[in-house]
Design a protein around this ligand. Structure first.
Ligand code: ATP
Ligand code: MG
Ligand code: MG
Length: 571
């Protein structure tokens, strides 16, 4: 593989390596720790999408390139929206993308909920040390006293209550004595800070809710901004990468770590948070909430609908893990938000599959071609390379006979200028078969062409000496009608026809592309009957296709179009 392109994060890591900032560390068992430890921290409240893939490739990719390690950590501190179903699909998606969290036989798979007891102890310490207090204001009063960007906040009347009173209340919060929202634990920082996130942010709230892993053991839950830095430190993370919207949260991230390091709960050197631009992909949406809406309103056929930008959707569509990795490498990481064009994702798929995908013939829009001078009931075997640039992959064979299927577009009764395919009096090559000369066509009562007629030249077969005597401009694909495999093909295209479907809070449903899914019946070369689910092909002249992993049956594959051969959206 090519050397990874440098970026600002690599520069930071290189600098830390040069100064030895994270060198010589050991874990709790005295085992040496790598100088680069990253993590991918999803909340198990939905399916991963292409934006998450960027974060996964970035975190796992850096760990791989710097001989470090990357943890998969579930940020499961919000019981209301989380579920085991999501944990399972996230694990599956990260694995499918090609990444692994085992190192030297140890699995680096973590759950923030496993830290609940420690997070609680640390909160008690913060109270005792005067860094946190229980606030008993109503939610409305708390919101009102927070101030605004132009106006400092006001201290809560409970801010200076004695530490042992806060501690007692906090313990009773934990014991379940209070209802949701009655009290809250807050960090004691600065209600006049220009950074709203430093105005005594909440650390713990009461939530009488069942947690998918801890059950009913807790009725108070730590906030994300409190949990995240501690989880990072407990796991000896070095570079904690997150998206730009967390930039204003960084001072609190550092505040939490400093206070707990002072208290002897955490070891230095502490992890550091860095922010990078999130992925915004044109013709797609990457908001969990909006994706959920598409599923719930049955606008798509589920999370793994091949039109969805979810990882399960992209996978079912036929994208390879390598193509997604290539895409993430190509887009790089930057410190400013921008839009990435969908054509870059599609281009990565083409570049990945072109050298890999076996070729096959498929007629998507069939029209009958009759070779009038071909012996009735006769067949001749034709052969074609599995891959045109790699003879070592052998050949595929299929018969030619008197009646074939060709594409409707490959015949014109009256040719337009520059049209070299079938029209009366013109010769074309039936790819890997014979040269034929068109003699005319049959029409139905409405004047629609229903069959094309031609004669073939018996000495023109591809691969034989005589074929060199025939110079024709047109070269079309075909399948023998009596031998073809009939198969359902789903022609997928971009889900939205507008590059920014949800721009400016617009209703993204108005931007849906009605042509994003077209189901057709096609004719394929006969060998395709043995296709296994998830096998990918280039259907010559059409694009890249995959046997659908859910709906394909033995001997009866169903295909999804992953991408056309060329970008049909380029302006
Ligand atoms: P929410 O917070 O609404 O549940 P989320 O998209 O932030 O949704 P998380 O599960 O918290 O989802 O995300 C896990 C990681 O993926 C985070 O580190 C987050 O920064 C990163 N991530 C999420 N969306 C994108 C994106 N579009 N581009 C790059 N990284 C992303
Ligand atoms: Mg999040
Ligand atoms: Mg988010």
């Amino acid at each position: 593989a090519a050397a990874p392109t440098s970026n600002f994060l690599r520069a930071i890591i290189d600098n830390d390596a040069a100064t030895g900032h994270y060198a010589g560390r050991e874990d709790a068992h005295g085992k040496p720790l790598p100088a680069v430890v990253t993590r991918f921290p999803p909340e198990p409240n939905g399916y991963l999408h292409i934006g998450h893939a960027k974060s996964i490739c970035l975190n796992f990719g850096l760990a791989r390139d710097y001989a470090g390690r990357c943890h998969l950590r579930f940020d499961d501190t919000n019981p209301a929206k989380e579920d085991q179903e999501y944990v399972d699909t996230i694990i599956d998606s990260v694995r499918w993308l090609g990444f692994d969290w085992t190192q030297d036989g140890s699995e680096h798979l973590y759950y923030a909920s496993d830290y609940f007891p420690l997070l609680y102890q640390m909160a008690e310490y913060l109270i005792t040390a005067g860094h946190a207090y229980v606030d008993s204001q109503s939610a409305e009063d708390m919101a009102a006293s927070r101030g605004s960007f132009s106006e400092p906040g006001r201290d809560s009347p409970f801010r200076n209550r004695p530490a042992d009173e806060s501690l007692d209340l906090f313990r009773r919060m934990k014991a379940g004595e209070f209802a949701d929202g009655e009290h809250i634990l807050r960090a004691k920082i600065d209600m006049a800070s220009p950074n709203m996130n430093m105005r005594d942010p909440a650390i713990y709230r009461i939530r009488h809710a069942h947690h998918h892993r801890t059950g009913d053991a807790w009725c108070i839950y730590p906030m994300y901004d409190y949990t995240h830095p501690i989880s990072d430190a407990l796991e000896n993370i070095t570079h904690s990468l997150c998206t730009l919207e967390f930039q204003d949260h960084r001072p609190f991230y550092d505040w939490v770590l400093e206070r707990l390091a002072e208290g002897g709960f955490l070891k230095r050197p502490l992890p550091h948070q860095y922010e990078f631009a999130r992925l915004n992909l044109t013709y797609a949406i990457t908001s969990k909430r909006k994706l959920l809406q598409l599923v719930e309103e049955k606008i798509v056929d589920g999370w793994d609908d091949p039109r969805m930008p979810t990882i399960v959707g992209i996978r079912r569509r036929g994208y390879t893990p390598e193509s997604v990795q290539l895409f993430c490498e190509r887009i790089g990481v930057a410190k400013a938000d921008s839009w990435i064009d969908m054509s870059i994702l599609e281009g990565a798929l083409r570049d990945d599959l072109d050298p890999k995908a076996p070729r096959a013939a498929a007629v998507l829009n069939p029209l009958k071609l009759v070779i009038d001078n071909f012996p009735e009931n006769d067949t001749v075997e034709c052969s074609a390379p599995v891959h045109p640039h790699d003879p070592s992959r052998g050949v595929r064979t299929f018969p030619i006979s008197k009646t074939l299927w060709i594409e409707e577009e490959d015949f014109m009764e009256v040719p337009s200028k520059g049209y070299f395919r079938l029209f009366p009096g013109n010769k074309v090559r039936l790819r890997y078969g014979y040269v034929v000369e068109c003699t005319g066509c049959d029409k139905d009562e409405n004047g629609k062409v229903i069959a094309v007629h031609c004669n073939y030249f018996a000495d023109s077969k591809s691969g034989t000496e005589g074929s060199a005597n025939y110079k024709v401009k047109g070269n079309i694909h075909w399948v023998s009608a009596a031998h073809a495999l009939q198969a359902e093909i789903r022609l997928y295209d971009r889900l939205f026809s507008d590059p920014h479907p949800d721009a400016g809070g617009r209703d993204f449903k108005l931007a849906l592309n009605p042509a994003a899914k077209t189901v057709i019946n096609a004719y394929l070369e006969p060998g395709m009957a043995s296709t296994l689910p998830d096998q990918r092909f280039q259907f010559e002249r059409h694009g890249y296709f995959v046997a659908d992993r859910v709906d394909s049956q033995p001997g009866k594959p169903v295909f999804n179009r992953i991408a056309t051969l060329k970008d049909s959206w380029a302006k």
